[in-house]
Design a protein around this ligand. Structure first.
Ligand code: NZQ
Ligand code: ZN
Length: 409
């Protein structure tokens, strides 16, 4: 087991009607003026926003509002939020929504606390020295931003989606009522489940040995999400299934499933972020679209790990050798994505990048050839291009794109 530093300071208030406690939770932070930040309308339509306002009023909290966050949250709204907070003397941000709202809140928090252009942090030009405190009322189980140290923002002028991580932005509290996620469209529920699984899979595919406990937690977490995601496709109001998925979403990305590892691979997230930046696709769906291509491209570097995943997580029977088992596992995951009506290739996302755009995606993902991504295999710009290219279409059984598939007899 590798050495590790596990830090998960967010207070979690989980269960039915917990949003009624929001006012008291905010007041306990000792702040003077709060920004309530939210998305494009779901929280108004569901009546949640009104309930939050009531709770803040009852607690005597002074607040202002800024809505309009969109998926793949935009830098322009972050700038607007920073100016608003400075003007109004805001000292606490309450994010009511999903990963996009929370990430936008964190970015505004960085911009208020630090001088200069907040985008510098996302470009890794410099480090933040603080962030306004952020609290969360979560409405979608997916990104895990309610307990993670990350914030992912899209610079719409440059079609660039970039993440920045620091412990300053960890939410002070996260209110999680699984009932709030029952209004989600099926596509968002499925996309969220893929993202949750991927946060653990990215950590699971690593270059380490001997992580018995972490592997066990990870494998069980992924199986739990798969089981309950299937239930939610038919029963969106199933509280227990919503609750399992919601809790999995937080612990899948709060560091727990990375303890004792080298941190994991994360190539698929980097690949997806460029797709999101250029084509504005839903994050989880974008991950599903590239995962099979990535797995086939790198699995020969760690066939035993992929074979273990196939048997322990996907429940497939071992094949004649590790590679055969590994491929069966990938196919089983793709079948699961299809069952969720998730994409298994880029064209399934409803986009069709031209050759020039695939090259551009690869250039951006490699930070214009200044970095490699992934650790199972370190991927340079050419590898990245090839993975995008292979991910463009999906041939049944993966015959044409699978360099390791045994000959058919
Ligand atoms: O804007 P509204 O109207 O609220 O609609 C949202 C949005 O259209 C809707 N929605 C959310 N809760 C709902 C609901 N609709 C009905 N009922 C509800 N209860 O769902 C749509 C998606 O919302 P979004 O916040 O974008 O989803 P998600 O949580 O998946 O966040 C995605 C963003 O998080 C980033 C992604 O890259 C993407 O930008 N990520 C952030 C991470 C982090 N900070 O740790 C890690 C992740 O890997 C990810 O990169
Ligand atoms: Zn993710």
């Amino acid at each position: 087991m590798e050495n590790f530093n596990y830090y998960a300071p967010t207070q979690v208030i989980f269960g039915r009607r917990t949003e009624e406690q929001t006012g008291e939770l905010v007041r306990a932070q000792g702040c003077q003026r709060v920004l309530v930040h939210y998305g494009s309308g779901s929280v108004k339509k569901s009546g949640l926003l009104d309930r939050i306002f009531r709770s803040l009023d009852e607690a005597g909290v002074s607040y202002i509002c800024l809505g309009g966050v969109v998926p793949n949250p935009r830098l322009s709204l972050v700038y607007e939020g920073i100016n608003l907070c400075k003007r109004e003397g805001v000292d606490f941000i309450l994010a009511v929504g999903g990963g996009s709202v929370i990430d936008s809140a964190k970015a505004i928090g960085y911009g208020v606390t630090n001088e200069g252009d907040v985008w510098d942090f996302y470009e890794k030009k410099r480090q933040a020295s603080g962030c306004l405190p952020v609290g969360v009322v979560l409405t979608i189980s997916a990104a895990g931003s309610e307990m993670s140290d990350s914030s992912v923002i899209t610079n719409e002028n440059r079609c660039l989606k970039r993440g920045y991580s620091s412990n300053y932005a960890r939410a002070r509290f996260a209110v999680m009522n699984p009932e709030l996620t029952m209004t989600l469209p099926k596509y968002q529920t499925a996309s969220g489940c893929v993202d949750i699984m991927m946060h653990t899979m990215e950590r699971y595919f690593n270059q380490c040995e001997n992580m018995e406990l972490t592997d066990g937690i990870s494998e069980h977490l992924i199986r739990t999400v798969m089981k309950n995601a299937r239930i939610l496709m038919d029963e969106p109001d199933n509280y227990e299934a919503r609750a399992e998925v919601m809790w999995a979403g937080s612990i899948s990305h709060n560091g727990l499933t990375g303890c004792g590892t080298d941190g994991g691979d994360w190539a698929c997230h980097q690949l997806e972020h460029e797709l999101g930046g250029m084509f504005d696709v839903a994050h989880g769906a974008g991950l599903a679209a590239v995962w099979g291509s990535w797995a086939r491209y790198v699995m020969d570097a760690r066939p035993e790990r992929f074979a273990g995943f196939a048997v322990n997580v996907m429940g497939v029977e071992a094949g004649k050798n590790e590679m055969e088992t590994a491929i069966k596992g990938v196919e089983a995951m793709e079948a699961f994505y299809k069952a969720l009506e998730m994409p298994v290739c880029i064209r399934d996302l409803g986009i069709d990048p031209a050759e020039k755009e695939l090259r551009e995606l690869a250039e951006k993902c490699s930070h214009f050839r200044r970095r490699t991504v992934g650790c199972v295999k370190k991927l340079d710009v050419n590898d990245i291009y090839q993975i995008y290219k292979n991910a463009l279409t999906y041939e049944e059984n993966g015959d044409q794109k699978d360099p390791h598939r045994p000959e058919k007899v």
